[in-house]
Ligand binder design. Structure first.
Ligand code: SAM
Ligand code: SF4
Ligand code: F3S
Length: 441
């Protein structure tokens, strides 16, 4: 086995896991290949948050099955959230897969690879091997993909059990990493040239609360972590995601307003604007409590960008409930939004609820959400035209003619008159679309 091909799907947590998978495979002596047909080992790091994620994966696994038929010596491994969710019938559905493991057991990847290359016992190997064991700590090294930016996992898992969501089942309970461990990792990254870190967790505002419940009464909370990271010399920017509205505390808003390195962007998934639907989702807030927090945030943090996730067509959502979501979107003036059609996931409470909404109705509602949120995004970007913004230059723009970076508000900007990736420059914004700014350094 000499080369591997890795394809990753899903959220940033999974993208960061993919960097760890690369580190593990490269420590085994494998080299990266850019296409599946030239690789000895194929690894698919999967997401199963919605049916559309499963469907996207299906095409890639079809290719893997064909390549395996052509060369049975090739090894196909599947990692991430899908095998964890479907452990019971995963190998029945995908008999050509040699081994699988879930997101909490990435450290067992070398073992999985070894089991896959060993000759089958006389009785024949069982259809596939699922590596399972105690959850990993989140301390695995990553093979970073971007020179100036890094993801830093501060928590794993989720214990919120929103009724539509599969994540708590596949990622296990909420666990925070110790503050010293996180700070040490960030210092190491800065020494390696990183200027911006994005702290990752399903609900970063709950950072440290599990440690407190576990008996460490004085364990630092999320604002304390932000303060500790703001003090790391050489670190220019700190981002974080995702924030849960129910845990957005005044202290966190204060930290955002005060700490120079903490970027003015909060991803705050609202999901719905109807109190009845929010209760059925078990989100733990009302629409007015949500809007109150957005108002407090905008009042305390000038130019803060507030982005969100929205679900259309949750079971029993009426036209009136949906109208309340549109109303919340207008009142919050979101700077950007991810919009999803509700997708029933096996084993979640919402999949069993009465009043499932017809596909055409869900589609029609999500289209209306897309139109409204794009209009707001364009308005949000246009407000920057004629003003100055700070951009961290990440690399060449798509057309290769200028450099591309992101503002503190997490908006992509194409910048002319700058030449040095990794630099932080001030730009004068000259143009805007709903997704991108254009400007001169
Ligand atoms: N932990 C984050 C939070 O609480 O906001 C989000 C995690 S989830 C990976 C990202 C988004 O996917 C959610 O905010 C939600 O909008 C969406 N989502 C999750 N389950 C879904 C489902 N069954 N159908 C449609 N959208 C879903
Ligand atoms: Fe899913 Fe809710 Fe946890 Fe987010 S907070 S990962 S939506 S259960
Ligand atoms: Fe998908 Fe797993 Fe993330 S289900 S959204 S990759 S936590």
């Amino acid at each position: 086995m000499r080369t591997y091909y890795l394809r990753s799907f899903g959220c940033q947590m999974n993208a960061h896991d993919a960097e760890r998978i690369r580190a593990l495979l490269e420590a085994e002596g494998l080299e990266r290949a850019e296409a599946p047909d030239v690789a000895d080992v194929l690894v698919y790091n999967t997401c199963t948050v919605r049916k559309s994620a499963d469907e996207r994966l299906a095409g890639h696994l079809g290719t893997a099955a064909r390549l395996k038929r052509e060369d049975p010596g090739r090894i196909v491994l599947v990692t991430g959230c899908l095998p964890q969710a479907e452990q019971d019938d995963f190998f029945r559905r995908f008999p050509f897969v040699d081994g699988a493991l879930g997101p909490q057991n990435l450290q067992r990847l070398p073992e999985l690879l070894k089991a896959a290359v060993e000759p089958a016992p006389p009785a024949g190997r069982p259809p596939g091997y699922f590596a399972d064991g105690p959850a990993m700590s989140g301390d695995l090294a990553a093979r970073r993909e971007r020179p100036y930016q890094a993801w830093v996992q501060i928590m794993s898992g989720c214990t919120n059990f929103c009724t539509y969501c599969i994540v708590p089942q596949v990622r296990g309970p909420e666990r925070s990493r110790a503050l010293q461990t996180v700070v040490a990792e960030v210092r190491g990254l800065v020494a390696d040239g990183v200027r911006e870190v994005t702290l990752l967790g399903q609900n970063v505002n709950a950072y440290g609360l599990d440690l407190r419940r576990g008996g460490r009464a004085t364990a630092p909370d999320f604002p304390a972590l932000l303060r500790a990271l703001d003090a790391v010399p050489g670190l220019a920017r700190v981002r974080f995601m995702t924030s849960h509205p129910k845990d957005l505390s005044p202290d966190l808003i204060q930290a955002l307003a005060e700490l120079p390195s903490v970027c003015e962007h909060v991803h705050l998934p609202a999901q719905s604007g109807s109190d009845r639907i929010l209760a059925a989702m078990e989100r733990g807030y009302t629409a007015s409590a949500y809007l109150e927090r957005v108002r407090a945030l905008r009042a305390a943090v000038p130019d803060v960008s507030v982005t969100t996730d929205l679900i259309a067509g949750f079971p029993s959502e009426s036209d009136d409930d949906f109208a309340e979501t549109l109303e919340l979107v207008r009142a919050a003036r979101f700077d950007a939004a991810f919009t999803f059609v509700f997708s029933p996931r096996r084993g979640t409470a919402a999949a069993e609820l009465p009043g499932q909404i017809a596909a055409a109705v869900k589609r029609e509602r999500v289209e209306r959400l897309i139109a409204l949120t794009q209009e707001l995004a364009l308005y949000s970007r246009r407000r920057w035209v004629g003003r100055r913004a700070e951009v961290l230059l990440e690399g060449p723009s798509r057309d290769g003619k200028s450099l591309r970076g992101r503002t503190r508000q997490n908006v992509t900007a194409n910048v002319s008159g700058a030449t040095e990736p990794g630099a932080i420059v001030e730009i004068e914004v000259t143009g805007a679309t709903s997704t991108t700014l254009r400007g001169r350094a």
